[in-house]
Design a protein around this ligand. Structure first.
Ligand SMILES: Cc1ncc(COP(=O)(O)O)c(C=O)c1O
Length: 423
């Protein structure tokens, strides 16, 4: 039926307006410019236990999964989701400001037990945790220092905090000395320093110890988004901040339940006193829907795995694969970023080479992510490889071989050239 209401025209005008927005204009131009190797918005029609996926009829090893410990394929985790769906149904049914099914409370306590902290508060995603928490923690009269390379959701949260009157200080590079330079000697209000625990595109980590010392000296706290450190770093996977600082007594740590946990959601560590207040101050908690209960059942199962001796085997499998990949890449004289995270990025610099490399590798059986500006700084494009505990060793070796072959066709920067340039 023809649309006689005029809505069709209004929606077209809206689309035109959106297409003229600087961000979408940029992405549309990227799509056109790299139409033969764009490799975004892919649809996978199958996934298997060997971390293979099928996209547009081609089956490739997936080196783009955040499920680092491979627990998405674990029968105990899958069964917990199924059990939770039967017990609780598929949804909490309301904002948790009204009520929470008990699985929320149990999962929050279980997370606290695993981490050895007083308590935790669960959010549906890390993005919603950051957007909800940061503006509440730093308002009018407070100082909010944010690492320029922090995740987009922290930077967006910082804009809200700034609009609410917080004194926002973006700093770069992320070092104790630079932080010291941007923080006031004696902040009159609160002081929050927000950083990532692991940079998601590079797999590198900021110097949390230095940052903590500076924040403490100025009476501030660290807010660490440890989305990619959760379950990976530290004793029993308790995260980057726990590993570096040994305690979270001056830290609010946000962890992910969607990456190494292979479930869904996020949590923030806190005290019981703070928890009551964080619930009230985070609009994304009050006004949004929560994690579906089946995933909360699975979160408890994953906590048990992380606390058990089995974790040593799983993380050992992951580390063996990370080490094999990094050693192979270094032997090829490639510029490798990160040296211990399952996110291993090759610095390609040039965005065309990064886009073409991603497509070349895909055509030869390996999916890795080509990451360009604005996800990384301009001229710092990377090939982002994500290693998994259940990647077969042949997949790691196959990727290394493919990269070696690819360099004959697409030259990548050499680590030794860069070292010479810096000398
Ligand atoms: C550091 C960091 N924070 C937040 C997020 C977003 O997490 P979520 O998907 O739970 O919103 C990511 C995603 O990769 C991330 O790397």
């Amino acid at each position: 039926m023809p649309d006689t209401s005029g809505n069709g025209m209004a929606l077209r005008r809206l689309a035109q307006g959106l297409a003229d927005h600087p961000t979408t204009r940029f992405f549309l131009a990227m799509q056109r410019r790299f139409s033969d190797c764009h490799m975004k918005d892919l649809i996978a029609s199958s996934m298997d236990d060997q971390r293979r996926m099928t996209v547009a009829g081609r089956t490739v090893y997936n080196f783009g999964s955040d499920s680092f410990l491979g627990l998405d394929r674990d029968a105990r985790v899958q069964q917990a989701v199924a059990r939770g769906a039967v017990q609780w149904g598929t949804h909490n049914g309301a904002s948790r400001a009204f009520y929470s099914v008990e699985a929320n409370d149990v999962a929050e306590k279980k997370l606290a037990q695993w981490l050895g902290v007083e308590t935790t508060l669960i959010f549906p995603t890390v993005t919603l945790a950051n957007i909800g928490l940061v503006p509440g923690l730093a308002g009018k009269g407070d100082v909010l220092a944010v690492d320029r390379l922090a995740h987009n959701s922290i930077l967006e949260a910082a804009k809200i905090a700034h609009d609410n009157g917080a004194d926002l200080r973006i700093f770069e590079p992320c070092t104790g000395a630079v932080l010291q330079g941007v923080l006031p000697e004696k902040p009159e209000g609160g002081c929050v320093v927000a950083v990532d625990g692991v940079y998601s595109m590079q797999g590198t980590t900021p110097p949390l110890k230095e940052l903590d010392q500076v924040a403490r000296a100025r009476g501030g706290i660290l807010y660490v988004d440890d989305a990619h450190g959760t379950g990976i770093f530290g004793d029993h996977g308790r995260g980057t901040a726990m590993r570096e600082l040994g305690t979270l007594d001056n830290v609010l740590m946000v962890g992910s339940l969607s990456k190494a946990f292979s479930c869904m959601g996020a949590f923030v560590t806190c005290t019981e006193e703070l928890k009551v207040l964080l619930k009230m101050s985070a609009p994304t908690y009050v006004f949004g829907g929560p994690v579906p209960p089946p995933y909360l059942e699975a979160v408890c199962v994953v906590c048990d795995i992380l606390m058990s001796d089995e974790y040593t085997t799983i993380i050992g499998n992951l580390r063996t694969r990370i080490d094999r990949l990094i050693q192979g890449l270094q032997a090829m004289d490639l510029m490798v970023l990160g040296n211990e995270s399952p996110i291993v990025s090759i610095l390609v610099k040039d965005r065309t080479a990064a886009m073409q490399s991603g497509k070349w590798l895909f055509d030869h059986g390996f999916y890795v992510q080509s990451v360009t500006y604005p996800a990384v700084p301009i001229n710092a494009a990377v090939l982002r490889i994500q290693v998994n505990a259940n990647h077969p060793m042949e997949a790691i070796d196959g990727l290394l071989n493919a990269l070696g072959q690819m360099r004959g066709e697409i030259p990548l920067p050499k680590a030794s050239d860069d070292a010479l340039a810096c000398a």
